[in-house]
Write a protein that binds this ligand. Structure first.
Ligand code: KIV
Ligand code: NA
Length: 266
């Protein structure tokens, strides 16, 4: 199986082949998604919520994300693995950003990094790309600036459209190989997709983009609490696992487990 490279993202856009991504935080899901030909796996800072039990993505650190990213990178043979740079690890400037990106590449075997912000993050993107590390941008609703944005708010509506376009172009001009558009109206996402040469990856950005990304625990029905409108749930893993553990508990209580076929002979 041939590894997905950033040039395949470019080819996919040119040929109109949708790019499909999921988040992953450990080797079990990563191996399954890779075998299913998911093109890229993002080890998102959403691990803060989904692995470490935090309320937002703000607290998770580079030290926490590196071992998760390494587990995902080791589990795949085809998917492009992208390390999400957490809040506080690149805002200080291009030197900070490069330092963090280099840590992920050396210590986690990721193939690329992602960071949030358009115009404001362009110098960081440029510095990392110049060092030979592919960067995925992320604009629209950027969860790391939730408090600055005033909550989970759709971006790019009305007068916000011009800012979003400027952010999209800034990310492309800085050398990113793709850009995530999170929670933006479909028409503006479509316009950005037409204007940019690099592929757009939608997270709640409608169908007029070059690819889609979902948080894996959301798509699989394995999340705690409410999921956003843009999520389509393809399974109910919480139910499956809840039923299984209930059956196990009942079997132990009744003596049905272990049965003779689970025993070793002397
Ligand atoms: O951390 C994450 O899961 C993300 C995507 C949802 C874009 O950044
Ligand atoms: Na993220």
């Amino acid at each position: 199986r041939k590894r997905v490279r950033t040039r395949h993202f470019q080819n996919a856009k040119e040929q109109g082949i949708p790019i499909v991504g999921l988040t992953s935080y450990e080797q079990l899901s990563a191996a399954i998604f890779d075998a299913a030909d998911i093109d890229f796996l993002l080890v998102g800072d959403s691990a803060g919520n989904n692995v470490f039990g935090d309320e937002t993505t703000l607290a998770v650190t580079v030290d926490q994300l590196i071992p998760l990213t390494r587990a995902v990178a080791r589990a795949v043979s085809r998917a492009l693995v992208i390390a999400d740079m957490p809040f506080g690890s690149y805002e200080g400037g291009p030197d900070d950003a490069l330092h963090t990106a280099v840590r992920f590449m050396k210590e986690s075997y990721a193939h690329a990094v992602k960071l949030e912000g358009g115009v404001r993050s362009a110098p960081q993107i440029r510095r990392i790309v110049d060092a030979g590390i592919p960067v995925m941008g992320h604009i629209g609703f950027t969860p790391q600036s939730e408090h600055g944005l005033g909550g989970h708010i759709i971006q790019g509506r009305g007068a916000g459209a011009e800012q979003l376009l400027a952010d999209a172009h800034a990310v492309e001009d800085a050398g990113a190989f793709a850009v995530v558009l999170e929670m933006v109206p479909s028409d503006i996402a479509g316009r950005i997709t037409k204007e940019l040469r690099i592929p757009t990856i939608g997270v709640g950005a409608g169908p007029q983009v070059d690819g889609q990304l979902m948080v894996w625990t959301d798509f699989a029905g394995f999340s705690i609490g409410r999921v956003p409108r843009f999520v389509k749930q393809y399974a109910n893993l919480s139910q499956v696992l809840g039923d299984a553990v209930g059956a196990y508990r009942a079997d132990v209580a009744s003596g049905a487990y272990p049965a003779p076929e689970h025993e070793y002979e002397g």
